[in-house]
Design a protein around this ligand. Structure first.
Ligand SMILES: C[S@@+](CC[C@H](N)C(=O)[O-])C[C@H]1O[C@@H](n2cnc3c(N)ncnc32)[C@H](O)[C@@H]1O
Length: 279
């Protein structure tokens, strides 16, 4: 297993859903992501916080369904016995067929290849199933939740995050946005108990995040890609930076004094398989 992705990939190259960057690039990017200098700061901050809040619920063997590059692996690893990342090859290969060539290296990030809707995992064998921002990408999210519930041990937990307000992404496989009621319905119908469904951000942060992204997409982009993302123009992004930073800070401050959650950026779900249910 290769531990240094740069030993096999050009720096910054994006292959499928996996990004490879050098150590310096990774560090700089990680720092920038944490500040309003990043036009996606409000988005990233609230998603990250909502995933962090899931960490205390994790234990035992954790299966991350739709792991991609495993952005939260280091958050959970200290809390679980084993962290198993699962990816769906067709959804990667649809995007970039050259991914096949890198499959051995990608295995450093992905331990199991399989379809979340038909998990290659024994019923009742996993303590924690994590799936962040994946449900919107499958044609039948209800079936995915049922499948994730199937592999949970009695007492095991399902940890999900989903978007509510979010631009289209990873096209063409972006099918849904979710409300708390739909999430509750999926979870209960899968035989699980809801522990919590928590919004991330609120009306103010969702507005700030969308305005900042709109500025970048409309005035700072060099090119739109077929998957819905944009390639930013470095110069125009730099010129827009004071505006996107000020907007995000302004809406962040507004979010501290208003608390309307009728609109938010997404939801985090914690659900448990009852102890008594037979597998
Ligand atoms: C928006 S990305 C989220 C990736 C990662 N979980 C994160 O939070 O950054 C959605 C992921 O779901 C994966 N995916 C899509 N369909 C899937 C399926 N049927 N089974 C498992 N993963 C799937 C995609 O390959 C992609 O990596």
């Amino acid at each position: 297993m290769t531990s240094d992705p740069d030993s096999f990939s050009p720096r910054g190259k994006r292959v499928g859903v996996v990004h490879y960057r050098g150590h310096v690039g990774q560090r700089l990017n990680a720092w920038r992501k944490r500040t309003p200098l990043n036009p996606y700061w409000l988005d990233w901050r609230h998603l990250r916080r909502s995933v962090e809040a899931l960490v205390p619920h994790a234990s035992g063997t954790l299966l991350d369904v739709g792991v991609s590059e495993g952005p939260y692996r280091e958050l959970f690893e200290a809390h679980v016995d084993q962290y198993v990342g699962l990816e769906y090859p067709p959804s990667i290969l649809d995007k970039q067929p050259e991914m096949w060539e890198m499959l051995p290296q990608v295995k450093a990030l992905v331990q199991v290849f399989g379809d979340g809707a038909h998990l290659p995992v024994r019923s009742g064998s996993v303590r924690t199933v994590l799936s962040t921002e994946v449900l919107e990408h499958v044609p039948d999210p209800r079936a995915l939740v049922q499948e994730m519930a199937r592999v949970l041990e009695p007492g095991g937990k399902l940890l999900l995050t989903v978007p509510f307000i979010q631009p289209l992404h990873e096209l063409p496989s972006d099918y849904f946005r979710f409300t708390p009621s739909s999430l509750e319905r999926f979870v209960v119908d899968a035989g699980l108990e809801v522990i919590s469904i928590t919004p991330r951000g609120n009306f103010a942060t969702a507005n700030g995040a969308m305005l900042s992204q709109w500025l970048i997409r409309s005035f700072g982009a060099r090119r739109r890609q077929s998957d819905g993302s944009v390639i930013p123009s470095p110069l125009r992004s730099l010129l827009l930076m004071p505006l996107t930073a000020a907007l995000q800070v302004g809406f962040h401050l507004a979010s501290l004094v208003t608390n309307d959650e009728a609109v938010c950026q997404g939801y985090a779900v914690v659900a448990r398989r009852p102890e008594s249910r037979a597998s």
